[in-house]
Design a protein around this ligand. Structure first.
Ligand SMILES: [Zn+2]
Length: 491
């Protein structure tokens, strides 16, 4: 027993010495001046808010690739010169549309909204499926039919969750051979005319994907009580959508690899992501200019990637680390959604996604993990934060659906354990709203003393997880646990 204690004691001391060395080297490598320089470049007015499709987003991509090159990162097949092509498309919204369901008519803009799909003229049978959950869809055959459902899901209690649920339902319906998805919007948090303005106001961005020709429509019923269909009911009707145009546009994710040093573990990849786009230029408001600089959202995250590239290229971990700056997050997580359908190494070799994206910060005593409590990666994060004098905070307001609203969810949806780290967010308040998607999100308003601690913690977290023998996994009961078991054959 004594001997065991003695061995344990030596091991603990060795670990402590190793950790101290790592903390010292991170402190030396990750400096305030360098972060400040990167942030100043990426969020400068001249970068005009790094909008999707803009020349400035290209410049930002080149900047990241140059840094990867300088630090000796490897390129992967599928991303020559560090660039993974992402097939985007720009679409002009519909200008006409109508649905007839039995005796009821729904007119464009008044009670009819196009979420996706091409122009169409369609007559046939609608099939009602309730909310259209997987279980509900299992009970019917939707092949060749227009699927009629309630928008969102039973659980979706805010508009973001309704959107997310609707979009994944659309993919499921198309995969099952449905002709399209028509949903009754029963949710009234946002007035229908506001949604209409959002969906008809100017061109929209998406991915060039197969199956996107089928319509995805929301209808606003005049009288909710009239929706008294039962699951499996069939209703004859028609549908038309006109005026839409689609134009293919090239996009790019920027990807570089740090190969692991352990002969076995190097075949396991941690993928660290951050979106490098923002929302571009708008109209000047009040005493503000027209440029949405996106210093917090998400130059901060992009610089976290650059810091990882610098540190891990000099201190490579046992596992391989793939760094991917993803494009067009602001247009609907497009870069990360493209990545998980076109991964640069097989999906099951990605053992963890660490995404850095934040709305801003208002607690400089912590680093925030929106995913706290969801995976076994938490312990390493706590160790890293403690080393740099920070605490760890979780999701301050799960109702906001932060986890579902950034790139980590693209990975989680495939079963890959995915965590989201960002500077300290104690709650959504005016301090956050003042900058979030506003022109005021400028580098001059950042606290570099705090951000340096944040970056060091971030780098240390990645390093610890990339050296850990056992890969992290979803905690028992998490909604993505089953997907993870399937992906890694853990059953
Ligand atoms: Zn963001």
């Amino acid at each position: 027993m004594r001997r065991i204690l003695c061995v344990l004691g030596v091991l603990l001391t060795l670990t402590a010495v190793g950790q101290k060395k790592t903390v010292t080297s991170i402190t030396q490598q990750i400096t305030r001046n360098e972060s400040e320089a990167h942030l100043t470049f990426l969020a400068a007015d001249e970068m005009r808010g790094r909008d999707t499709g803009s020349p400035e987003l290209k410049i930002a991509g080149n900047y990241i690739a140059t840094w990867f090159h300088q630090h000796g990162l490897k390129t992967l097949p599928g991303a020559p010169d560090f660039f993974q092509p992402v097939n985007l498309e720009k679409s002009t919204p519909a200008n006409s549309g109508m649905a007839k369901l039995g005796d009821d008519t729904f007119q464009f803009k008044e009670s009819f909204l196009v979420l996706g799909g091409s122009n169409t003229t369609w007559n046939g049978e609608f099939i009602y499926v309730g909310y259209g959950s997987e279980e509900e869809l299992d009970k019917v055959d939707v092949t060749g039919k227009m699927v009629l459902a309630l928008a969102g899901s039973k659980e979706a209690d805010n508009i973001n969750k309704v959107f997310t649920a609707s979009n994944s339902k659309y993919s499921t319906v198309i995969a099952r051979g449905g002709e399209g998805l028509v949903e009754f919007l029963t949710f009234s948090q946002i007035p229908f005319p506001t949604l209409v303005n959002f969906f008809t106001g100017g061109p929209r961005w998406g991915l060039q994907v197969q199956g996107s020709a089928q319509p995805h429509i929301w209808l606003k019923p005049a009288d909710l009580k009239k929706i008294n269909f039962r699951e499996g009911d069939k209703i004859t009707g028609s549908l038309s959508v006109g005026g839409q145009k689609r134009e293919p546009m090239p996009g790019r994710n920027v990807a570089g690899l740090i190969e692991g040093t352990d002969p076995k573990l190097k075949d396991e990849y941690i993928i660290v992501t951050a979106h490098y786009d923002h929302i571009g230029v708008g109209k000047p408001t009040g005493n503000q200019d027209s440029i949405f600089n996106g210093a917090r959202d998400n130059a901060i995250g992009t610089v976290a990637l650059l810091q990882i590239a610098k540190y891990l290229s000099q201190y490579p971990p046992r596992r391989s680390v793939l760094l991917v700056a993803v494009t067009s997050e602001e247009k609907g997580l497009l870069g990360s959604r493209w990545y998980v359908d076109h991964p640069l190494v097989p999906l099951e070799k990605h053992i963890l996604n660490i995404n850095c994206d934040g709305v801003g910060y208002n607690d400089k005593s912590i680093i925030t993990s929106i995913s706290l409590g969801r995976t076994t990666a938490d312990e390493k994060l706590k160790v890293a934060a403690r080393a740099f004098g920070l605490g760890v905070g979780g999701d301050p307001d799960p109702k906001e659906g932060f986890y579902e609203r950034s790139d980590q969810v693209s990975f989680a949806a495939k079963g890959i354990p995915a965590i989201k780290l960002q500077p300290g967010l104690a709650k959504m308040d005016d301090e956050i709203r003042k900058y979030y998607h506003r022109q005021a999100d400028e580098v001059s308003t950042l606290d570099f003393e705090y951000l340096t601690k944040f970056y060091r913690t971030f780098v240390y977290t990645v390093s610890l997880l990339a050296n850990e023998q056992i890969p992290p996994f979803w905690n028992t009961g998490d909604k993505y646990e089953e997907g993870g078991k399937k992906l890694y054959n853990r059953n």
